[in-house]
Write a protein that binds this ligand. Structure first.
Ligand code: NAD
Ligand code: USQ
Length: 396
């Protein structure tokens, strides 16, 4: 298939581009390098060194003979984005191209506005480009499990059937996002659903859990094809952070009680899920929602798993409970349905000691690059202006 990947320079976008290219699809990617810009702004960087997008594409072609077309520009700039869609004529668009860190969106007003403008306006441009130029194209949009929050009932896949005062309807599942970032995904979902209803577009919203790991079949072909691995207090996700903390022998940063439970998946399963969605498209006018995770863990369960694996490797791993910088439930019911992707044929990779060990080995290899000052959380949800970056001025 002809597929356009938005956010193709990112943690998930680049491995997806190689995965689909290796399977015979015609792949083009779009990225405006915003993610590399956030690193410059925060003084952070991927622990695993990464090549530029242009270098990666050239190495991929030299190693495999397959071409990936790279378009450098901003989805929010329609004068750039519209001609790309007209030129590529994609049959599927995989949309990863958003600001994806909850703490980044909570730094201050400017970062909240940036996150919602970038994500919501970018997705609107994608919807208009599809409607105007490739109306049969299937949009595969990365949403997040965090759209639902942590309700005291089971989380269904996008919709719930409710009987109210004797009448019954199937409606979008209620949303309770936990950051301005997670809220941007809720707004996207509403907009995509509306576009499917009015224009008959076909879309799949993949409400993904937290992804871990850096190892894919294609990355193993040449280490210059590696993807990023973030561990800092803004972009690092919980398991990647705990693994770096274990190797650096910094006590693991469990926020509050640690009973926060989330869905998780291996990066290899992200690639498989996206391909399954692409090969089994939504119908015209259909807004389909899949919950994309393979296992549920509490933060404390993850910390204990990392502690055990680290100790087996002779590391001095301690667990620390920090005052929670976020506003979230620290002990709650959590049971989310995830059967749609399994019924399409997903064969999950489960988190076990072997996997933790293999990721710890990657971290150990780059331990000399760990910057301990990036580890502690620096963004507090209760503050409207976190002093992490330059204070806002009239010019901003
Ligand atoms: P990432 O930040 O590594 O990649 C996103 C890419 O999109 C970056 O390369 C960035 O430069 C690009 N981008 C952002 N705004 C853009 C714009 N306006 N125009 C063009 N390019 C733009 O993030 P990731 O971890 O690869 O996540 C990809 C997607 O998956 C995101 O939408 C995220 O919300 C979602 N997701 C990620 C996770 C996870 O654990 N990483 C979990 C659930 C959902
Ligand atoms: N947490 C800790 N200690 C840490 C870091 C995080 O206890 O050092 C806790 C957080 O408080 C939270 C949980 O771990 O309860 C998950 O935090 P996270 O930073 O790993 O994940 P989150 O902020 O939810 O965001 C990540 C990705 C985002 C994606 C989301 C999927 O950055 O793009 O949408 O995971 S989900 O969580 O399912 O919404």
């Amino acid at each position: 298939m002809r597929v356009l990947i938005l956010g193709g320079d990112g943690y998930l976008g680049w491995p997806t581009a190689m995965y689909l290219s290796a399977r015979g699809h015609e792949v083009a990617v779009v990225d405006n390098m915003a993610r590399r810009g956030y690193d410059n702004e925060l003084g952070a960087e991927s622990l695993v060194p990464i090549a530029s997008l242009q270098e990666r594409v050239a190495i991929w072609e030299a190693v495999t003979g397959y071409k990936i077309a790279a378009h450098i520009g901003d989805i929010c700039d329609y004068t750039f984005f519209e001609p790309v869609v007209q030129d590529v004529q994609p049959e599927a668009i995989i949309h990863y191209g958003e600001q994806r860190a909850a703490p980044y969106s909570m730094i201050d007003r400017r970062h909240a506005v940036y996150t919602q403008t970038n994500n919501v306006a970018g997705t609107l441009n994608v919807l208009y480009a599809i409607a105007d130029h490739v109306p049969a194209c299937h949009l595969i949009k990365l949403g997040t499990m965090g759209e639902y929050g942590t309700p005291n009932i089971d989380i269904e896949e996008g919709y719930i059937t409710i009987t109210h005062k004797g009448r019954t309807d199937t409606l979008p599942y209620p949303k309770m996002p936990g950051s301005w970032y997670h809220a941007s995904k809720v707004h996207d979902s509403v907009n995509i659903h509306f576009a499917c209803r009015i224009w008959g577009l076909r879309a799949t919203d993949l409400n993904q859990g937290v992804v871990y790991g850096v190892d894919t079949e294609e990355i193993r072909l040449d280490e210059r094809l590696r993807t990023r691995f973030d561990y800092d207090g803004v972009f690092g996700t919980v398991l990647n952070r705990f693994l770096v903390q274990a190797v650096a022998e910094v006590p693991l940063t469990v926020y509050g009680e640690g009973g926060q439970t989330r869905g998780f998946l291996d990066i290899r399963d992200t690639l498989a899920c996206v391909e399954l969605a692409m090969l089994n498209p939504a119908g015209p006018g259909e807004f389909r929602v899949f919950n994309q995770f393979t296992e549920q863990f509490s933060v404390l369960e993850l910390a204990r798993a990392v502690e055990e694996t680290g100790r087996e490797l002779g590391l001095d791993v301690q667990i620390n409970h920090l005052p929670n910088p976020r506003v979230e439930k620290e002990a709650h019911y959590y049971n989310a349905v995830n059967t749609s992707l399994l019924s399409l044929g997903l064969k999950p990779h489960y988190l076990n000691d072997t996997l933790l060990e293999s990721v710890i080995h990657v971290v150990q290899r780059y331990r000399h690059l760990i910057k301990p000052h990036l580890i502690m959380p620096q963004v507090n949800w209760r503050e409207t202006g976190n002093p992490l970056v330059k204070k806002e001025t009239a010019a901003d």
